[in-house]
Design a protein around this ligand. Sequence first.
Ligand code: BEZ
Length: 211
Amino acid sequence: MALQLGDTVPDFTQETSEGSISFHEWAGDSWVVLFSHPADYTPVCTTELGTVASLKSEFDNRNVKVLALSVDSVDSHKGWINDINETQNTTVNYPIIADPDRKVADLYGMIHPNSLNNLTVRSVFIIDPNKKLRLSLTYPASTGRNFDEILRVIDSLQLTDYHQVATPANWKDGDDCVVVPSIPTEEAKQKFPKGVTEVKPYLRMTPQPNK
Ligand code: BEZ
């Protein structure tokens, strides 16, 4: 069965462009973004991996490790990284898993045969420090992903875990947040000293707590 939100994600040991990785041990106490792409030396993927490299400090600031994957070999990844660095004006600064035996792709359900025969689709998995799956998404091969949106989801998940607020539609960093339903309004007023606005008994807003 496909991985579902809240599941403990499968562990694996696999070669990468930066050596062998045992996934759970490598992840340690960090959050992880694990993302697959169809193939090396393809145009959309080249822009995606360059974009992720340029966002490395944003991931670091959030205690997030980044890990890419395709079914190509380590040698292929290493050659392609030179092209990414050259064309995207960046330095790929995270490992790319080599998965020619499809071991990780099968564990994570990254191959959708009716979409791309034997190639990984554009999957993204956000995994928390407890190794629980917190987000999964799948994009078509022809659509490059929006990694600012991935950062936005990480911000939202961390606000919920660390500050007990949720985020409304189209929320951006700095916007008001939603008090989670499990906190009664009177308790929320104590917990969120910046103020709680009760729009409805079930819809309480508060300024972003960590700003
Ligand atoms: C690409 O990365 O450019 C790509 C890969 C597979 C199908 C279409 C585009």
